[in-house]
Design a protein around this ligand. Structure first.
Ligand SMILES: [Zn+2]
Length: 277
């Protein structure tokens, strides 16, 4: 049976429509990559850490022999890990006495020259406080999900070391990696070490490890992102080949996927920023 004239016209019409659809599709403009990697957000996370690293100083000149110091401390609270906190105290003492052989720091049962009081959370941005003979030491902080996280041994040790520094009369250094770093009216330029050898703080080496891992992951993704984005930008805005269009869109989708993953990492970094003393 031959095709009737009507059917032929019908098929031609269908083909024409398909042709128009294909034509229209293959000429679709590529979406532009407005997918800026969230680098600015990462910067703000870093800023948050720096701002939170401030301590405050309330101690002034002392009139005792600063080369012999006794320390007593309150019972370690149930919410904290006992050994963890004890190790922090020992570490802080070792830090100071290793650097200053003339210095003796001794733990006593009660009424030490320095009396440590443990705090679950002091308040945002402060991990320690020295007021007369009372040293407040913050043991952890709330993350972005409001869960309390105990600080690392080295973080607590750094707080104790820093506050001990105030006890012996030191003020703040403007150098962010300095044990006595602080950004307030007590910041000394130049910093007066009063003849002491100031121990290094651990903060740079320990507390930032988790953050560094995520940051490295972010940097890896960012490298991929930049590479793919360069490839994607090689395509003209309007593409007439269907296969080229598919390839470009595949890149576009990969870029979107990377962008999503990078934003998740930024959120994680910002959450850690909240718990880093
Ligand atoms: Zn301070």
């Amino acid at each position: 049976m031959g095709l009737s004239g009507g059917k032929i016209i019908g098929i031609v019409a269908v083909l024409a429509i398909v042709g128009i659809v294909l034509f229209a599709k293959s000429n679709t403009n590529l979406p532009s990559t407005n997918l800026e990697p969230p680098i600015e957000n990462v910067d703000s996370a870093l800023t948050l850490i720096v701002e939170n690293s401030e301590n405050i100083i309330t101690n002034t000149a002392n009139s005792f022999n600063k080369n012999y110091i006794t320390i007593s401390y309150d019972p370690i609270p149930h919410y904290a890990n006992d050994n963890h906190v004890r190790n922090s105290i020992s570490d802080a003492i070792t830090q100071w006495t290793d650097e200053n052989p003339d210095m003796t720091i001794q733990l006593v049962e009660s009424n030490g020259d320095v009396q440590i009081e443990w705090k679950k959370v002091i308040f945002a941005g402060h991990t320690g406080l020295m007021e007369g003979s009372i040293m407040d030491v913050e043991l952890g902080s709330l993350d972005c999900n409001n869960n309390w996280n105990q600080y690392s041994i080295f973080s607590i040790s750094d707080t104790i070391s820093h506050e001990l520094g105030h006890y012996i009369g030191l003020e703040h250094s403007a150098e962010p990696t300095h044990l006595m770093y602080g950004d307030d009216e007590f910041t000394q330029i130049p910093f007066d070490d009063l003849g002491y050898n100031i121990p290094d703080n651990h903060l740079d080496f320990q507390s930032w490890i988790e953050y560094d891992i995520i940051e490295n992951e972010y940097d890896d993704l960012n490298r991929d992102y930049i590479k793919l984005d360069r490839e994607y930008s090689q395509y003209p805005e309007t593409i007439s080949s269907e296969s080229q269009y598919q390839k470009a869109m595949q890149l576009y989708n990969q870029l979107n996927q990377l962008n999503t993953e990078m934003n998740i990492l930024v959120d994680e970094m910002n959450c850690i920023a909240d718990v880093t003393p």
